[in-house]
Design a protein around this ligand. Structure first.
Ligand code: MN
Ligand code: MN
Length: 458
């Protein structure tokens, strides 16, 4: 069994681990939606000299080795590239992660009033244990697109002075029937409605509490009730990510699946200058609901981006696009289920991911007989072992729980369909998909180092 990664660091090394975690913790605290992650990532990239590809196309800019560009897909997904010395068709080194997380989405006709309460109807997004989302302080993040073409950004519940919203639960005194239900039915999807007000508007007869809330929304944001028809507002846990544990060795925060891999991948890429092969980081949306849709990994977005870049570096060539993809190597990065001694029964200990043991490689994921997984080639895994050892990166290998217990998927197979070498990798997480997830600072740091090693040597 591999040694705990903390043990290899002296005080100065630990400080580096903690300093990196601080940047990550701050990123996590303010970026709780895919749109917010794209905006923040673009800002960080532009500081490092990345340019929007749209601008390059419009201005007829040619791309050369060392140039940095990004492709923004509808404000919800992002691909960033540093052009290598070698031609693109030799293949790229790709880091990929997703920036959407489980949450509650506001429905299109959300606002209603019942017994002098104003509530918002929601439709949950991704795999959640519904009972975990009640009696928590919740925040609203998102955008409202108006008919006149303008967009209004909404963030309510994050400043100390902001109000929060939330979902109520039944008192135990009256929960005799509720407590007999299956876990999946203790709180039902249609009951995840968010309480947003209780004070009636004076001199209004009909639905005066709702009228009052709508008046406040109109005053602050200039939004009418109909504007919810074209809005994307996500209900997420309110508050910042925190140091966790008396030794501050861990981080508790919302949306670490998969922003922990997104942030570490992005940070690793942003350090790359003048690589031999083109390096790339993809941050995608919709993984939690199957990677579907225009901003998900199954979209043609990524292939289109490569085609544009090849045209700007060289000449338009569909064959070169295909060769570029086929000759590429990728780390498809997503979180792993960390071994939890309280739930030891679902894990097979020799093939589980542990806190403190560093970056995780999953040769395959899938469920019940590897179904639906990308099973990485042994030869590729061997190369990665060599590179990680060379750079002294602590890593471990894992499966997602016991063989017949369940399973899961990632974006790995979608890129593998383009016939490149892909392996799942990432960071172990405790309480995955819960409103507040936990990671180990040393695993976050080792993973960041692992991504840097990959971009340098593969
Ligand atoms: Mn994930
Ligand atoms: Mn997930």
């Amino acid at each position: 069994m591999k040694e705990n990664a903390w043990k290899k660091y002296d005080e100065a090394g630990k400080k580096e681990v903690f300093d990196f975690a601080e940047g990550y913790r701050n990123f996590l605290s303010v970026n709780k939606t895919e749109r917010e992650c794209v905006c923040a990532s673009i800002a960080l990239a532009e500081e490092k000299g990345y340019r929007n590809i749209e601008e390059c196309i419009q201005q007829g800019v040619r791309l050369h080795a060392g140039d940095k560009v990004y492709v923004n897909n509808m404000g919800k997904a992002l691909a960033l590239f540093v052009i290598g010395e070698e031609p693109m068709e030799k293949g790229m080194r790709i880091l990929g992660a997703h920036i959407d997380s489980p949450r509650l989405d506001i429905k299109q006709n959300p606002v209603y009033e019942d017994t002098d309460f104003a509530l918002l109807d929601t439709h949950y997004y991704g795999g959640i244990k519904k009972y975990q989302w009640v009696t928590l302080p919740l925040a609203l993040h998102g955008i409202v697109a108006k008919k006149d073409g303008t967009k209004v950004s909404v963030v309510i519940g994050e400043n100390e002075q902001d109000p929060v919203v939330g979902i109520t639960d039944l008192l135990p005194h009256l929960a005799a029937d509720q407590m007999k239900k299956d876990g999946g039915k203790i709180i039902e999807g249609e009951d995840l409605d968010v309480l947003i007000g209780s004070m009636p508007l004076k001199d209004t007869k009909k639905e005066s509490v709702k009228a009052h809330v709508m008046k406040l929304i109109k005053e602050h944001y200039d939004i009418e009730e109909d504007d919810f028809l074209s809005a994307e507002i996500e209900v997420v846990p309110a508050g910042t990510a925190r140091d966790y544990g008396l030794d501050r060795s861990m981080i508790m925060g919302y949306g670490q699946d998969d922003r922990v891999c997104a942030y570490t991948s992005l940070m690793a890429l942003l350090e790359v200058e003048h690589p031999s092969r083109t390096c790339c980081c993809i941050l995608v949306d919709k993984e939690e609901i199957g990677s579907v849709g225009a901003s998900g990994m199954q979209s043609r977005f990524f292939e289109n981006a490569i085609a544009e870049i090849i045209a700007l570096c060289d000449t338009e060539s569909d064959l070169k696009v295909r060769r570029t993809l086929q000759n590429s190597h990728m780390l498809s990065s997503d979180v792993s289920a960390a071994y939890d001694p309280l739930y030891a029964g679902v894990m097979e200990k020799r093939n589980a991911a542990f806190f403190g043991k560093g970056m995780v490689f999953n040769k395959y994921t899938g469920a019940r007989g590897k179904s639906g997984c990308n099973d990485a080639n042994a030869e590729y895994m061997a190369e990665l072992r060599r590179v990680m050892d060379q750079e002294h990166v602590s890593f471990q290998t894992a499966e997602l729980g016991k063989v017949d217990q369940g399973g899961g998927g990632t974006i790995a197979y979608i890129l593998a369909n383009l016939n490149m070498n892909v392996i799942d990798s990432g960071v172990p997480v405790l309480s995955m998909h819960a409103p507040w997830e936990i990671t180990s600072k040393v695993d976050v740091y080792e993973t960041y180092c692992g991504y840097k090693a990959f971009l340098k040597h593969i």
